[in-house]
Design a protein around this ligand. Structure first.
Ligand code: F6R
Length: 607
């Protein structure tokens, strides 16, 4: 994962590099570093931990120089120490890297056998040595990089500079994104358009296998065959503003509270209020021909896919397969004619999902993508882009992206149903009506924040927490457990409520809180029976339901959280709110780093 930024500027670049890193911290925050070329020397600062540590170091010991590269790291090879922090310097070469060099071990052995010494445990240092070796063999910097690239296996983006050529910055990509930014007498490289947004809006996205030779005056891109190529320069449209938390204590809290607005914003681009219809962006693709759907995603986005399976199968009667992106290619899926592939991703850069998307495309599938970042690799590569309009999501735990993805998934399900002739105009009108109720119902749910905060201490003391749900509330149970574990570090699992008695019920005793997500409706009684089976064994239940459900089953619980009464179709969007708030307050109570939990990164760009 990791984020890269490089600047060949006029005037000192350290502040601008640091600003670029702030925009890339979502890619990892295990360590960070920066190196400039100044008076024919490298000058470097590195720090383990959050970017604030590097900023402090730079404030104490400023970094001069008008050209440099910088990096924020999510550790893959080697602990998050200062020695393993990028940039790595070997002789005349300084280098930053995002991704994994899969064959680093034999390369390292080869270099050690030649007497080279390594100062870090990273795979990255191998690349710096390889380039340096080419220089010592008499090759010029450009040739040295060109010679090394074909030797690297895996997925990577690189930024390289040279002591002897301060007006040269080389960027390369294979499987990890890299952009080139065009300025006025200065040029840039960055992991994404957002990193470069305050520097320039004129961006070229490098393609797979491309490498770029950048000077202050000129950029030349080469493809994987070392042929000079032109990559279009586009206006990135990325905002140069750094996000702030407003009046909120954490980004996650702000993003939870933004949901009524951003879900309304997202729905607005999919609902036609006058016609009372649900629409998708204009596309030259006939949904009526779709006979199967394959959904692929990771983490929270995967749970959107699970809910989408319920909706698409129920409304459109089209069979849906759903896979973790990391498993998809490796199980050698069977593609059938007229299958629609759908990826779901906030970042649009998740390596596993991107690889799955490419696999689907190579296998001849038409692909759709429910994606939040419009400039991302996936947004550019899918055939049918179904954007979410959640705005930048900064908190590592996904919240508003999740509910916006659900809104778009509902729109897709309805459009498939109409195209397949499974939905009358009257039924569609009713769905539109329910979808339009979502923002208000979410605001209503947010109104229970104080009650949820009061429950948090009871959950925070637990070692294990279980979540139960049935139907579309089963993926919500999984999402609840994921939210809790990632930000509060409490072990949590979600189960389909009927599955409890097939094993997990053995975990139940009076130290295990059981969060039951059960809106009143067709599945309520069954879920409550499973809840009662657990209560009979001492389970400490928190019931999330509406007034009707709580009246019926709220007894003998340690707490209830009341949601407005909503139609089952929109329940996952509304019930997401208490599930997120509960995890949030437990984490705050425990004093964990809510926005940047340990070991995680916002965008997972390695497999
Ligand atoms: C959990 C979370 C992750 C992401 C997953 C996919 O709160 O944020 O599980 O959902 O890493 O990320 P995207 O949606 O960017 O592909």
């Amino acid at each position: 994962m990791c984020g890269i930024v490089g600047i060949l500027g006029h005037g000192p670049v350290a502040d601008r590099l640091l600003d670029g890193l702030k925009r890339l911290e979502y890619r990892g925050y295990d360590s960070s570093g920066m190196c400039t070329v100044h008076d024919g020397q490298f000058d470097r600062r590195r720090a383990p931990g959050k970017l604030a540590n590097l900023a402090r170091r730079l404030a104490e010991d400023p970094l001069p120089g008008d050209g440099g590269i910088a990096h924020t790291r999510w550790a893959t090879h080697g602990a998050p120490t200062e020695d393993n922090a990028h940039p790595h310097i070997v002789g005349d070469v300084v280098l930053v890297h995002n991704g994994i060099i899969e064959n680093f071990k034999p390369l390292r052995d080869e270099l050690i056998a030649e007497g080279r010494q390594f100062l870090s445990q990273t795979d990255t240092e191998v690349v710096a040595h390889l380039v340096d070796r080419e220089l010592s063999r008499g090759f010029k910097p450009k040739e040295a990089v060109a010679n090394v690239l074909p030797r690297l296996h895996g997925a990577f983006a690189l930024g390289v500079m040279f002591k002897s050529e301060p007006d040269l910055l080389i960027g390369a990509r294979l499987g990890a994104p890299l952009t080139v930014g065009y300025g006025d007498g200065e040029n840039f490289i960055g992991s994404d358009a957002l990193a470069l947004a305050p520097l320039t809006q004129r961006i070229a996205y490098l393609e797979e296998g491309d490498w770029a030779v950048v000077t202050r005056a000129h950029v030349q891109v080469y493809d994987k065959n070392n042929e000079a190529v032109e990559r279009p320069i586009v206006n990135s449209g990325a905002s140069g503003q750094l996000m702030d938390k407003g009046n909120h204590r954490h980004f996650m809290q702000k993003e939870i509270y933004e949901q009524p607005v951003v879900v309304a914003q997202t729905l607005r681009s999919y609902l036609r209020p006058l016609e009372e219809q649900v629409a998708l962006p204009d596309m030259e693709f006939d949904l009526a021909g779709v006979e199967r759907v394959a959904i692929v995603a990771c983490g929270t986005a995967y749970y959107v896919g699970m809910i989408g399976k319920y909706w698409i199968e129920q409304l459109a009667r089209i069979p849906v397969e759903i896979d973790f992106a990391s498993e998809f290619r490796y199980r050698d899926p069977v593609f059938t004619p007229n299958m629609l592939g759908v990826v779901i991703s906030q970042s649009g850069e998740t390596a596993d999902t991107l690889a799955a998307l490419r696999h689907m495309k190579e296998s001849g599938l038409t692909t759709g993508g429910i994606i939040n970042v419009p400039t991302s690799s996936m947004a550019r590569e899918v055939d049918l882009l179904l954007p979410t309009h959640a705005g930048p999501e900064i908190g590592v735990a996904s919240t508003k992206a999740f509910t916006c993805q659900l809104a778009v998934m509902a729109a897709l399900a309805v459009n498939l149903a109409r195209a397949k002739g499974k939905l009358t105009a009257e039924e569609e009108r009713e769905i539109v009506h329910h979808l339009r109720e979502v923002p208000e119902a979410m605001s209503h749910a947010l109104g229970h924040d104080a009650e949820i905060e009061a429950i948090a201490p009871k959950i925070a003391a637990a070692r294990d927490v279980l979540y139960l749900g049935r139907g579309p509330e089963y993926p919500m149970a999984l999402e609840g457990a994921l939210k809790l574990k990632e930000i509060s570090y409490i072990h949590a699992e979600g189960y389909a409520s009927g599955e409890m008695k097939h094993g997990p019920i053995a975990l139940i005793d009076d130290s295990v809180p059981l969060i039951v997500i059960a809106p009143s409706g067709p599945l309520f009684d069954k879920t409550v029976s499973n809840m009662q089976e657990a209560q009979a064994r001492g389970a400490q239940v928190v019931l999330i339901s509406d007034a009707e459900g709580i009246a019926q089953a709220g007894e003998n619980t340690i707490a209830t959280i009341e949601m407005p009464k909503v139609h089952p179709l929109i329940a996952p969007l509304v019930y997401a709110v208490p599930v997120q708030l509960l995890a949030y307050h437990v984490a705050v109570f425990k004093g964990t780093d809510v926005d940047q939990p340990r070991n995680l990164a916002k965008s997972v760009t390695v497999e």
